[in-house]
Design a protein around this ligand. Structure first.
Ligand code: FES
Length: 104
């Protein structure tokens, strides 16, 4: 299982085994310090908001228009923002570092 580096809302970094082939959200919502993912991955709640480290951001497929639209409405939106329910974990992304965004 590929490793994911997860920075929680207190700034602490954790090494987490992610599930390849599943959305990053599926891994993050199982963590005590993780995300709520209220809509279950329907791209409608934005409670799965994360920041992808710049070195990794370009390796991901670009966000689709519905994801971009939702992200643009968030007050904590940054250039490296993604909805983790729209990002698939793969072996090629092993070691990717993500930061859980503040609550809206
Ligand atoms: S889980 Fe709701 S938008 Fe990602």
């Amino acid at each position: 299982m590929p490793l994911l580096k997860v920075v929680d809302r207190d700034g602490k970094e954790h090494d987490v085994e992610a599930k390849s082939g599943l959305k990053v959200m599926e891994t993050l919502r199982e963590l005590d310090y993780g995300i709520a993912a209220i809509c279950g991955g329907m791209c409608s709640c934005a409670t799965c908001h994360i920041y992808i480290d710049a070195a990794w951001a370009a390796k991901l497929p670009p966000a689709m228009s519905d994801e971009r639209e939702l992200l643009s409405e968030l007050s904590h939106h940054k250039d490296t923002s993604r909805l983790s329910c729209q990002v698939e974990m793969t072996d090629a992304l092993a070691g990717m570092r993500v930061t859980i965004a503040p609550d809206e």
